[in-house]
Design a protein around this ligand. Structure first.
Ligand SMILES: [Zn+2]
Length: 310
C-alpha cells in the first residue's frame, strides 16, 4: 500500500476538525441541546468562545486546558477526542489507501469515537449517532463490498446472475443487513438473560442499536469477533475492578479500624461483591473500541487465531 505523507496530513487535519465537532456532540447530545445552535460557550461561565480559542488541539494547549474568561478547567477529553479522531483518520488512509473503503472507515471511526466517549461520560449511546450510523453502514455496503459469510453461503446455494454489477451490491447489502441483525439480536438476547438472572439492567437498548450499526459496517464475521473481544475485555475489566476494591478495602480496614487481617478481608470481600452487583459497566466503551480493533486488525487476528489450530 502506498502511503504518501502529503495525503496523510489533510486526513489528520480533517480528523482534528471532526473530532472537535464530536466534542460538541458528546457534551450536547445527552443534554438534548442542538449541536448546531448556539455557538460554543464555556460550560462553567457561559461566556461565548471566540474562534481562535476554539481551534482543535492548539487552543487547548495555548489556554493550558482552562477557560480564558473564568479559568475553569476544560476536560482533557477535548484534546483526547481530537487527537484520537485525527490519528484514526490517518490509520484509515494508511490501511485502505486512496479508496472508498477509507471513506467508509473514517465515517465508522468518527461515529465510534463519539459513542465511546459519550458512553464513558454519560452511560448513554445517543440515537442521534447510532441510528444514522446504521443507515450509513447499510448504505455504504452498496459502494464498498462487505464480502462476508452470508453472501458466500448464498452464492454457494443459489445461482445468481453472474458478474453483473447489481449482484455484488445486493450481496454486500445482504452481508451488511445480516451483520446488523446478528449484532443487535445478540446484545438484545444477552440483555434479556441478564435482566432475568440478576434483576438489574445490564445492557440497554443503546447497546443493541450500537451493535446493529457495527454489524452493518463490518458484516457477520467481524461482528462476532467484536462481541467476543468485548466480552473478554469486559470480563477482565470487571474482575480487575472487583479485585481492586477488595484489596483497597482490606488495607483500609486493617490500617484505620485495626481489624485483624482475616476479618478485614472477609468484610472487604462483601463490599467487593456489592460493587460487582451494582456497578454498571459502560459496555458500549468495550463494544465500540473492539469494533475499531475489528475494523483494522480483525481479519488478521482471526487468521492468526485459526493458524494456531490447524
Ligand atoms: Zn468559563
Amino acid at each position: 500500500m502506498l502511503f504518501d505523507p502529503l495525503y496523510a496530513v489533510p486526513f489528520f487535519l480533517y480528523g482534528l476538525a471532526l473530532g472537535s465537532f464530536l466534542n460538541v456532540c458528546i457534551y450536547r447530545l445527552p443534554r438534548g441541546i442542538s449541536v448546531v445552535q448556539p455557538g460554543s460557550a464555556c460550560p462553567a461561565c457561559q461566556a461565548p468562545i471566540a474562534w481562535y480559542d476554539n481551534l482543535p488541539v492548539v487552543s487547548w494547549l495555548a489556554l493550558r486546558g482552562r477557560c480564558r474568561t473564568c479559568q475553569a478547567r476544560i476536560s482533557l477529553r477535548y484534546l483526547l477526542v481530537e487527537v484520537l479522531t485525527g490519528l484514526l483518520f490517518v490509520a484509515c488512509y494508511a490501511g485502505f489507501g486512496w479508496t472508498l473503503s477509507t471513506f467508509k472507515f473514517c465515517a465508522f471511526a468518527f461515529l465510534l469515537v463519539g459513542l465511546i466517549f459519550t458512553d464513558a461520560e454519560h452511560k448513554l449511546l445517543p440515537d442521534a449517532l447510532t441510528l444514522p450510523g446504521l443507515g450509513i453502514g447499510l448504505g455504504l455496503s452498496l459502494l464498498v463490498p462487505v464480502q462476508d459469510l452470508g453472501s458466500r453461503l448464498l452464492t454457494a446455494w443459489v445461482r445468481l446472475p453472474v458478474s453483473s454489477d447489481i449482484s455484488w451490491r445486493l450481496l454486500s447489502l445482504v452481508d451488511s443487513g445480516l451483520g446488523a441483525a446478528v449484532g443487535a439480536s445478540f446484545i438484545y438476547g444477552v440483555g434479556a438473560i441478564y435482566r432475568r438472572a440478576r434483576g438489574v439492567e445490564g445492557m440497554g437498548f443503546g447497546d443493541v442499536k450500537l451493535m446493529g450499526m457495527v454489524g452493518a459496517f463490518l458484516g457477520v464475521k467481524l461482528t462476532i469477533f467484536t462481541l467476543f473481544a468485548a466480552s473478554l475485555l469486559g470480563s477482565i475489566f470487571g474482575l480487575a475492578a472487583v479485585l481492586a476494591v477488595w484489596w483497597k478495602r482490606t488495607r483500609r480496614r486493617i490500617v484505620r479500624l485495626h481489624e485483624p487481617a482475616a476479618t478485614a478481608r472477609k468484610r472487604a470481600w462483601k463490599s467487593a461483591r456489592m460493587v460487582y452487583r451494582y456497578y454498571q459497566m459502560p459496555f458500549g466503551v468495550f463494544l465500540g473500541s473492539m469494533a475499531l480493533l475489528a475494523a483494522f486488525f480483525g481479519n488478521t487476528l482471526i487468521g492468526w487465531y485459526w493458524g494456531f489450530y490447524r
